[in-house]
Design a protein around this ligand. Sequence first.
Ligand code: PRP
Length: 211
Amino acid sequence: MSEFLHIALPKGRLGERVYRRFAAAGFACPGVLEDTRRLIFENAEQKVRYFWVKPSDVAIYVERGAADLGVAGKDILLEYRPDVLELLDLQTGCCRMAVAARQDFRDRPERTLRVATKFPRIAGDYYRSLGRDIDIIRLNGSIELAPLLGLSDVIVDLVETGATLRENHLTELETVAPVSARLIANRASFPFHRAAITAVMEGLRQQPEEA
Ligand code: PRP
């Protein structure tokens, strides 16, 4: 196991915000926010390396030990259930998994509900808990289109500001789960890097979330 602490950051604005908190916690790395094409950054003095990873892939890197630490949305953790340690709610990237439908949607409980989503497991678990039969239509994006075109009755998707729903005349019916960014760790490397990871966690806890 490397003495360097490997941290997978989700590419994008959330990752940049979280990186600033790592940096303020004493784990800065030159170039991370400036060099837009490079994917790996190292601070040899602090013995830390950062990788920019597609947000939905962070948990894979951490689960398989290519990264010791990472930042992943609770939505990804609920959907893929990677075998990782969830260490800290970073209280950023906050949104919710919700059910939404056209404003004129009227549920008929005796009928199978057609649910369009990028999160089939979360949707399946939710409706199973309600004892409701559903037909899952797995899509990869622009989920809001599905009820507008009659492809589905409802959607299960992330809602942050609600602007996408509003602009498409959809209405939010139920909240499935609150979502925020979580600090996750590889199970095997956690004991090996315990001191550094504890220092990271302490530092992150003390950094207030930026607007
Ligand atoms: C996400 C999500 C919603 C939207 C919610 O989509 O799937 O469509 O953001 O945000 P809002 O409530 O602030 O409008 P994303 O931008 O990730 O694109 P996607 O359609 O490809 O999933």
